[in-house]
Design a protein around this ligand. Structure first.
Ligand code: FAD
Ligand code: NAP
Length: 313
C-alpha cells in the first residue's frame, strides 16, 4: 500500500499535520515518530503562551491530548526512527532504522531541532552525570542544592526560573550582559532572589569525580577565572535543526536548504521537491514556537490534500 501522506516527526507540527490530513479526508496517513509524540516542548516545565491555555501548564500536560485527538480521525502512528527520505518518480520512500521501508505519495516533515552542546571541557564526559539539557527531567535530583545554568535565551531563563523553585540557588552564567529573551522573563529573573547572574562569563570546564559533577570554572571578559561549586550544570545554548533524514546517499539534500541547514519553503510550506512539505522549527525563518509549528502543520496538510487529489485523480 502506498500512503497518501507520510508525516515524519510527531511534535506540534507533525501532530497538527496528522489532524488536518485525516480530518480533511485522507485515509492512509501514518506519522513516524522515533519517541513519544509531543516533541521537544514535552521537556518544558512551563508554557504560558499557547493561545487559549490560561495559567501555568507543563509541556507534557499541553501535548498529552494531541495524539488522541489525531487518532480519533484515523491517523496511524509508528514508533520508529526514520533514517532517510528518497523520491523516485512521484513516489517517496521512507527508510526506517532496521532496513524496512514505506512508500508515500506525499511527505510532511517536522523533525524539529535538538539541544546543542556548548563545547566546554568536561561537557561530554559528564553529560548525564551532572550535565543536563532538561530541567524538568533532572532538576529534582538537585532539590535544595545549588546548580548552574548556562545560556542567555528564552530556554535558559525560563528553566533557571523553574530550577530556582527547586534548588537553593541558581548561578545563571551568560557570555554577554544582555539576554536574548522576552523582557518579561528577564524581569522575573532579576527579581528572583536565589538567582545570581554571572554575566560576561563563559564556561571553561566542568569538573568532577567518579560520582559526577562537583563544579564549573568560568572565565569573564577580563580573563579572570571563577570556580563555582555545584553538583549540577544545565546547558541551554540553542538548538540544531534535525535535517538528517533529508541527506541522500551521495551526501546531497533531497530539497533546497539554506546555509544553516534549514529547509527552504514558501508560505505554503512547499519545498523545492513536489509533494514534500517542511514544517516547524526545521524550516527557514521559523519563529520556533508551538503555535507556529502547529500552524505550519495545518498549512502543509491543506496543501497535501490538494496535491494528492491532483496526483491521483
Ligand atoms: P519538535 O517539537 O522538535 O518535534 C520534532 C519531533 O520529531 C520530535 O518528537 C522528534 O522525536 C521527532 N523526530 C526527529 N527526528 C526524527 C526521525 N529521524 N525519525 C522519527 N522522528 C523524528 N515554544 C513556545 O511556543 N512556548 C514555550 O514556552 C516554549 N518553551 C520551550 C521550552 C523548551 C525547554 C524548549 C526546548 C522549547 C520551547 N519552545 C517553546 C519551543 C517549541 O518547543 C518548539 O518551537 C516546537 O516544539 C517545535 O515543534 P516541531 O514540531 O517543529 O518540532
Ligand atoms: P537561543 O535563543 O539561540 O539562545 C541561546 C543562548 O545560548 C544565547 O543566549 C547564546 O548567547 C548562548 N550560547 C550559544 N552558544 C553558546 C556557547 N557555546 N556557550 C555559551 N553560551 C552560548 O536558544 P533558546 O533559548 O533555546 O531558544 C530557541 C528558540 O526557541 C528561540 O527562538 C526562542 O525564542 C524559542 N523559545 C521560546 C520560548 C517562549 O516563547 N517562551 C521558550 C523557549 C524557547 P548569545 O546571546 O551571546 O548568542
Amino acid at each position: 500500500m502506498i500512503l497518501d501522506c507520510a508525516i515524519i516527526g510527531g511534535g506540534p507540527a507533525g501532530l497538527t499535520a496528522g489532524l488536518y490530513t485525516t480530518r480533511g479526508g485522507l485515509e492512509n496517513v501514518t506519522m513516524f515518530e522515533k519517541g513519544m509524540p509531543g516533541g521537544q516542548i514535552m521537556n518544558s516545565s512551563e508554557i504560558e503562551n499557547y493561545p487559549g491555555v490560561v495559567g501555568e501548564i507543563t509541556g507534557m500536560d499541553l501535548m498529552t491530548p494531541w495524539p488522541e485527538q489525531c487518532q480519533k480521525f484515523g491517523l496511524k502512528h509508528e514508533m520508529v526512527n526514520i533514517v532517510r527520505i528518497t523520491k523516485e518518480g512521484d513516489i517517496f520512500t521512507i527508510h526506517k532504522e532496521g532496513g524496512e521501508t514505506a512508500q508515500a505519495h506525499s511527505v510532511i516533515i517536522g523533525t524539529g531541532s535538538s539541544p546543542r552542546r556548548a563545547g566546554f571541557a568536561g561537557e561530554d564526559e559528564f553529560f548525564g552525570k551532572g550535565v543536563s539539557t532538561c530541567a524538568t527531567c533532572d532538576g529534582f535530583f538537585y532539590k535544595g542544592k545549588e546548580v548552574a545554568v548556562v545560556g542567555g535565551g528564552d530556554t535558559a531563563l525560563e528553566e533557571a526560573l523553574y530550577l530556582a523553585k527547586i534548588c537553593s540557588k541558581v548561578y545563571l552564567i551568560h557570555r554577554r550582559d544582555t539576554f536574548r529573551s522576552a523582557p518579561n522573563t528577564v524581569a522575573r529573573i532579576k527579581r528572583t532572589e536565589n538567582i545570581e547572574l554571572v554575566l560576561n562569563s563563559s564556561p571553561e570546564e566542568v569538573y568532577g569525580d567518579n560520582m559526577g559533577v562537583t563544579g564549573i570554572k568560568v572565565k569573564n571578559k577580563d580573563g579572570e577565572i571563577r570556580d563555582i561549586t555545584v553538583p549540577g550544570v544545565f546547558t541551554f545554548v540553542g538548538n540544531d535543526v534535525n535535517n538528517q533524514t533529508l541527506i541522500q546517499e551521495d551526501g546531497s539534500f533531497l530539497c533546497d536548504m539554506n546555509e544553516q541547514g534549514q529547509v527552504i519553503v514558501d508560505i505554503s510550506m512547499t519545498t523545492s521537491v513536489a509533494g514534500l512539505y517542511a514544517t516547524g522549527d526545521m524550516r527557514i525563518a521559523a519563529p520556533k514556537q508551538v503555535v507556529s509549528a502547529a500552524g505550519d502543520g495545518a498549512v502543509a496538510a491543506l496543501q497535501v490534500i490538494s496535491y494528492v487529489d491532483e496526483l491521483l485523480n
